[in-house]
Design a protein around this ligand. Structure first.
Ligand code: NAG
Length: 262
């Protein structure tokens, strides 16, 4: 459904929204393709202990982050389609494992709260809180991450992680992968990549054959051990030399705090 050039692709991969024209990119030195998120490295035990896999009838659909023993934060588009919010009884999270297929710590979701200003993928406010049916017991492999109070500085390096597809249209990864991306200025993002960048969204730029992909939605972006972003969309397709859209925790923090037990 490519209407005007670039597509905003929510990382769940169900909806595509047309946006604005693609800006020309300057040529850059080739970035070496690391073992495969797209181009990711394997996480080590405890490195992203806030990362969980969100399950729909047992199947991985999205990433999410533990913010307290009772709550995880994900993307709204993982749990809301049109006006329909997914019934919590269909959802669960898997925590504490680098492997997608471990099922070791598996907890049902008891409540879903979508940001009231969320409308559609690519329009901002793309976050939702999931209340767990029982508290997680936190340890070295299951940890709550602190919410950032500020966006990462312009041009700082942020880590994103997930079990999402390893290339556009490709399979998910059984190993948790991560990649480093760069938080670019809003002005650079709107002039070069996206005319209408939602006010709640950050642009995390990466080179070709790197970045978030389907199944990474809702997953974390971390800077200095704090949660700075929630994966919302990719521009054009996974692995393109373009920014990924991540919802800004600093911007949405007060809603997250008022609607959880933080
Ligand atoms: C953390 O707790 C879970 C059970 O809640 C357990 O399976 C896992 O081995 C623990 N991990 C560590 C590093 O203690």
């Amino acid at each position: 459904m490519e209407l005007l050039g670039i597509l905003l692709i929510p990382l769940l991969g169900l909806i595509s929204l047309a946006c604005c024209q693609e800006a020309t990119t300057t040529s850059r030195p080739l970035v070496p393709i690391r073992p495969r998120i797209v181009g990711g490295r394997r996480a080590s035990a405890g490195q992203f202990n806030h990362q969980v896999s969100l399950r729909y009838f047992g199947s991985h659909i999205c990433g999410a982050s533990i913010i307290s023993a009772n709550y995880v934060l994900t993307a709204a588009h993982c749990v809301k389609f049109g006006q329909d919010v997914t019934d919590p009884s269909r959802l669960a999270v898997q925590a504490g494992s680098l492997k997608l297929n471990s099922f070791a710590v598996y907890v049902d979701v008891a409540g879903v709260e979508v940001h009231p200003l969320y409308n559609n993928g690519g329009q901002g406010y793309d976050i939702a809180l999931l209340r767990l049916a029982r508290p997680l017991s936190l340890n070295a492999s299951i940890g709550a991450i602190n919410l950032a109070e500020q966006d990462p500085p312009v041009d700082s390096i942020v880590q994103i992680s997930g079990w999402g597809a390893i290339y556009h249209g490709g399979p998910t990864s059984n190993d948790l992968l991560y990649v480093q991306v760069r938080n670019i200025a809003r002005s650079a993002c709107t002039s070069r990549y996206m005319r209408r960048l939602p006010s709640t969204t950050m642009c995390l730029l990466h080179g070709a054959n790197l970045g978030a992909c389907h199944g990474d939605s809702g997953g974390p972006a971390v800077y200095e051990d704090r949660l700075v972003g929630v994966a919302s969309f990719v521009l054009g397709g996974c692995g393109r030399e373009a920014p990924d859209g991540y919802e800004s925790i600093a911007t949405l923090r007060s809603w997250i705090i008022s609607n959880s037990d933080l």
